[in-house]
Every structure is written in structure tokens, then in C-alpha cells.
Design a protein. Structure first.
Length: 118
């Protein structure tokens, strides 16, 4: 599946931002979807995951309660709603996919930059 992330930009601390990721090429509902991020000088880290149907999601501890992942299988899109953003949320955000019954992530989007100003 091919992935295209969008929605990044400059946002003030405390505000909200929604990232989107559009998928094409395969049956979207056959893929669990993820968001990862990579801050300057740091390794890529897990942000959130959502199941094939969207019924189950999970988050990194530091994002619980502030970030929400959801998907629209009719539109082949997955989203990351970011609330009360902090300067430490500044990073390139990547969406990724994992086909059902597989263990490894198989596709990455190109990333979208989020910059949070204090």
C-alpha cells in the first residue's frame, strides 16, 4: 500500500492539529495503521496504532489523552488528532501500515513536519 501523509505545519503550544494519511494500492481495511514520529536528533518512536476496523487503538504513554488515532475505511484514510500540543511534539510524523496476519510494518509514508512553538 502507498501512503501519503499531510496536515503538518506550525502550531502554537496548547492548540490542536490533525494529521491525515491517505492510502492507495491495496485493500485499506486489510491493514493495521500506525503513526510514528522522529524528532530532531532522536530515533523514530511509536505514537499510535489502530486496528483494521478501527475498533482497537493504542498509544505511547506520553501521548495518551492528548492524541487520538482514527480511520475511515471508506476514504482509505487514517488520522491523528493532536490536542494540547507541546514543543516536545515537534517532529516529522510518519504513517505506516502492517498487513493483517503479518508481523512487520510493510509501508511508510513520506512524513509530515509538525513544529510546535512555545
Amino acid at each position: 500500500v502507498q501512503l501519503q501523509a499531510s496536515g503538518g505545519g506550525l502550531v502554537q503550544a496548547g492548540n490542536s492539529l490533525r494529521l491525515s494519511c491517505s492510502a492507495s494500492g491495496r485493500t485499506f481495511s486489510n491493514y493495521a495503521m500506525y503513526w510514528f514520529r522522529q524528532a530532531p536528533g532522536k530515533e523514530r518512536e511509536f505514537v499510535a496504532e489502530i486496528s483494521l476496523s478501527g475498533g482497537v487503538d493504542s498509544y505511547a504513554d506520553s501521548m495518551k489523552g492528548r492524541f487520538s488515532i482514527f480511520r475511515n475505511n471508506n476514504k482509505n484514510e487514517v488520522y491523528l488528532q493532536m490536542r494540547n500540543v507541546k514543543p516536545e511534539d515537534t517532529a516529522i510524523y510518519y504513517c505506516a501500515s502492517r498487513e493483517k496476519n503479518k508481523q512487520d510494518i510493510d509501508s511508510w509514508g513520506q512524513g509530515t513536519l509538525v513544529t510546535v512553538s512555545s
